[in-house]
Design a protein around this ligand. Structure first.
Ligand SMILES: [Zn+2]
Length: 380
């Protein structure tokens, strides 16, 4: 029996649904010549049996990620999202907005300013509260939702954007689990959390980002017409119905992630070994947190992957946590293009192909790390 109190409902009944074993802190990039071994910590996902929130079990790490470069896909999605929310008539003219952003960067305030919204001062009330990948970073989920609800002005709108747990399960994205990300929201569990704060969902928009990202709009129950229940529209009902079919709040639905670990990790390892065997040079791209967990689970080190390139200058001269693999600049990658570049963040595919044409111009290819399990080893 695991001793844990749900980060949202404080319940103690739940199950371990994904165990990645001992992992280094994915935001701890040691200097290249720092010998290690790097400290490792258990990395596990726990599912609350009471409220259905999937969450990080324990997190002994201290976040210190060098802020990464903001991917073009993220910037484009923010523009698309603001356009869609505005088109729905949900951005009040001259409204005040409070943003709870992600510590990894990216803000919508500039886009909202163009629509006439001004930032609320300090902790004052706001007509629009925007949380874009912010709340997942709160260890105490109950406190985080209360804080946001408390700042919502009468008639206001809470916009919450999250990488949906339904996507994580459907696409086998087990390496979305990382230290510092405390909650993995299904729409179902999030709606339950909103209810505890007197809020209910009104509408939602879905995006391709990360394979499936949801922007959920919620309002106060007290703002609904007297006597009428607060109504959510078809988009919300469709999300909830789809999650009911997959059983997203049940341990059975999440357990598949554990077998995805083995499948993905051995696919990467086998492919890298086959490439080495064939005398073909492979480098990696993106020192993102999901690359850390994948490389570690696959037991891949410098002999199979000599370097990982990353656009963030803050990471150059460092090495991937838990391995001896150095992080290099994109300039070093394109100076001597390898036969293949394995990409750890599929959302970057369009952007990197455009930014570094040298790779394909010299006969190399970009390979999606997540698609390797469906790709025959040594395809050359
Ligand atoms: Zn709970």
């Amino acid at each position: 029996m695991i001793e844990h109190e749900c980060r949202a409902c404080r319940g103690s009944a739940g199950e371990l649904v994904l165990d990645l074993g001992e992992q280094p802190a994915c935001d701890y990039f040691p200097k290249y010549d720092e010998p290690g071994p790097d400290p490792v910590y258990p990395l596990q996902m726990w599912l609350c049996s009471s409220c259905g929130l999937a969450q990080l079990l324990a997190d002994p790490t201290v976040p210190e990620e060098p802020r990464g470069a903001e991917p073009a896909a993220l910037v484009a999605q923010a523009e698309d999202a603001v356009r869609r929310v505005a088109a729905a008539g949900l951005l009040p003219a001259n409204g005040r907005v409070a943003e709870y952003g992600s510590p990894h960067g990216g803000s919508w305030l500039g886009l909202l300013a163009v629509r006439g919204l001004t930032p609320a001062d300090g902790a004052e009330e706001a007509d629009v509260i925007l949380d874009c990948f912010g709340m997942m970073h709160a260890a105490d989920q109950a406190a985080a939702i209360s804080e946001r609800a408390a700042r919502l002005a009468p008639g206001g709108l809470l916009l919450l954007q999250y990488h949906s747990l339904d996507t994580i399960v459907r696409l086998g994205q087990w390496n979305a689990l990382r230290h510092g990300h405390y909650a993995y929201y299904s729409t179902t569990a999030l709606v339950a959390m909103l209810a505890t704060a007197g809020l209910s969902p009104r509408t939602s928009w879905s995006f391709d980002l990360y394979g499936g990202t949801v922007l959920l709009a919620a309002g106060r129950d007290a703002d609904a017409e007297p006597g009428a229940p607060a109504r959510s529209d078809d988009t919300v009902r469709a999300l909830l119905a789809a999650e009911k079919r997959t059983g997203i709040t049940t341990a059975a639905a999440l357990r598949g992630l554990q077998s995805d670990v083995t499948t993905r990790a051995s696919a990467l390892r086998d492919w890298l070994a086959a490439m080495r065997e064939a005398g073909r040079a492979v480098l990696g791209y993106s020192a993102a947190s999901r690359a850390v967990a994948l490389l570690r689970s696959a037991g891949v080190d410098r002999d199979l992957l000599p370097a990982v390139a990353d656009a963030s200058p803050a990471k150059h001269g460092l090495r991937m946590p838990g391995t001896a693999i150095p992080v290099i600049s994109p300039g070093e990658l394109t100076a001597r293009p390898p036969d293949a570049v394995v990409l750890f963040v599929p959302d970057l595919m369009t952007e990197v192909r455009k930014a570094y044409p040298e790779i394909e111009a010299s006969g190399g290819e970009w390979v999606d790390a997540d698609a390797l399990s469906s790709r025959p080893a040594a395809a050359h």
